[in-house]
Design a protein around this ligand. Structure first.
Ligand code: DX5
Ligand code: ZN
Length: 218
């Protein structure tokens, strides 16, 4: 399989998300990644389902919501109604992760579960029968532009060993110099925010990331 690139709009100018989203869609994005922050689970506040609804009308590229919120289950319906096809919540925020994965599937969307750098890979083991995606945070959530934490790559390897066919996403510090080793460790889906904003163009950045898979240096 080939790597799937999931551009995040987090590093775009908040005054205008539509244009860069269109460039991401036209530039080869596999899915647009929306970082929803509530000011409680993580300090910043970003945006909600209304933005997801507006951006989903920009094109046919699917959109996913990465919910960095307490009580993420309170927002599942709003984001599915807004057109998101994959919803990711943090295991650290809920008491009933298994049931919430089931709920997401019943709503007709893919269920993603995220783990922070301090959460072990084994936390996902009881959920493997109901989840469609593991999101391994490779930075502490809340901000773009941080450096990838190398020990998180070992968790990707551990999850791949537990679940040979599961989609595994990594989020934070992904650029052409870091993506290769994470791909080799077994990740399939790569969130990229600040790198795409500093690339010569968004489409060239997406192509650079895809072609850097196969590089083995970290
Ligand atoms: C961080 C977010 C990321 C962020 C990644 O909490 O979940 O999606 O946008 O940004 P970069 O690619 O700049 O590390
Ligand atoms: Zn994210």
């Amino acid at each position: 399989m080939s790597p799937r690139i999931c551009p995040s709009i987090l590093s775009c100018d908040p005054g205008g998300y539509a244009d860069p989203t269109l460039l991401m869609m036209r530039g080869g994005a596999d899915i647009i990644h929306l970082d929803v922050m509530d000011g409680q689970f993580v300090p910043p506040i970003t945006f909600g389902a209304d933005l997801a609804k507006s951006l989903s009308r920009q094109g046919d590229t699917p959109i996913e919501a990465h919910l960095m919120t307490l009580t993420p289950q309170a927002h599942f319906r709003a984001f599915t109604d807004a057109g998101c096809t994959r919803i990711i919540f943090h295991i650290e925020t809920v008491a009933h992760a298994h049931r919430y994965c089931q709920q997401l599937r019943e709503m007709g969307v893919e269920a993603g579960v995220a783990i922070n750098p301090s959460t072990p890979a084994s936390a996902l083991e009881p959920l493997l029968d109901v989840m469609d995606l593991a999101l391994v945070m490779t930075v502490n959530p809340g901000w773009g532009g941080q450096k990838l934490i190398g020990t998180c790559v070992d968790k990707v390897r551990a999850i791949r060993a537990m679940a040979p066919d599961l989609a595994i996403q990594v989020d934070g510090g992904i650029d052409p110099s870091t993506i290769g080793p994470v791909w080799d460790a077994g990740a399939t889906d790569f969130v990229a925010g600040s790198y795409l904003m500093r690339a010569p163009s968004i489409s060239e950045g997406i192509q650079e990331l895809k072609s850097a898979c196969g590089s083995k240096s970290l």
